[in-house]
Design a protein around this ligand. Structure first.
Ligand code: PGA
Length: 253
């Protein structure tokens, strides 16, 4: 069954006290909100905020995500955080392969594949990001880029493991720029991704996969994006830091 999801990506923002207050505000809203079956809210917080946020919310109504995990299992990797440490906090998801990690922290397709393996081995559901840069879109290479990112990331992922994966399409040119993909542009890629998943796995798995759109989603454009048949929700950066904006986006799902 395909789930609809609104996921916040707080990135490297808020102090723990501020993140806690935001989580509590969202929790107070979700307590009174009748969220239909099969629709989920996720907040993706910095590592330092995870335990506090897991404790601050009803995790049946607000699921908590990390934004990364180590590609290694454990050991002498100073500064790294292992997937099982994240899972141990009561966290259910982690974002993997965000374009900011690809750009600044050396998350190549190969690294992303090993991080996915760590997620599956430790019962964390990855939110696997893909997306083309502006120059790749202008050169008409967007389908090719998305296909290669997903094929490389998923090359060793079994159907059983893939079923625990959420995919997020985030065109790099739309992230934090205020320049959203139009619903048609996003739908075109989402349909393409679903077709690719059908080729890599099968049509049933493709139909059940949640594919999120990310890149300047806000309270004003969410409903039109989410109305597209292959857009199953959003991965929301900037607008997830303001409770009222995020709540409007939740209502749009
Ligand atoms: P944005 O970020 O909503 O601020 O564009 C989205 C993301 O990077 O996940």
């Amino acid at each position: 069954m395909r789930k609809k999801i609104v996921a916040g990506n707080w990135k490297m923002n808020t102090l723990v006290s501020q993140g806690k207050a935001l989580a509590e505000e969202l929790n107070a809203f979700m307590k009174t909100y009748d969220m239909p079956e099969g629709k989920l809210v996720i907040i993706g917080t910095p590592f330092t905020h995870l335990s506090t946020c897991v404790e601050a919310v009803d995790t049946k109504k607000i699921h908590v995500a990390a934004q990364n995990c180590s590609q290694f299992e454990k050991g002498a990797y100073t500064g790294e955080v292992a997937a099982n440490m994240i899972k141990d906090l009561g966290v259910e998801y982690t974002i993997i392969g965000h374009s900011e990690r690809r750009q600044y922290f050396g998350d190549t397709d190969e690294v992303i594949a090993t991080k996915l393996a760590q997620c599956y081995a430790n019962g964390l559901s990855p939110i696997l990001c893909c997306g083309e840069k502006l120059e790749e879109r202008e050169a008409g290479k967007h389908f090719e880029v998305i296909e290669s990112q997903l094929r490389n990331a998923l090359k060793d992922v079994s159907a059983e493991n893939f079923k625990n994966t959420v995919v997020a399409y985030e065109p790099v040119w739309a992230i934090g720029t205020g320049k959203t993909a139009t619903p048609d542009q996003a739908e075109e890629i989402h349909a393409f991704i679903r077709g690719l998943i059908a080729k890599l796995y099968d049509a049933k798995i493709a139909d059940d996969t949640t594919i999120l759109y990310g890149g300047s989603v806000n309270a004003g454009n969410a409903a039109n994006l989410f109305a597209q048949p292959d857009i199953d929700g959003g991965l929301v950066g900037g607008a997830s830091l303001k409770a009222n904006d995020f709540i409007s986006i939740i209502k749009a799902i």
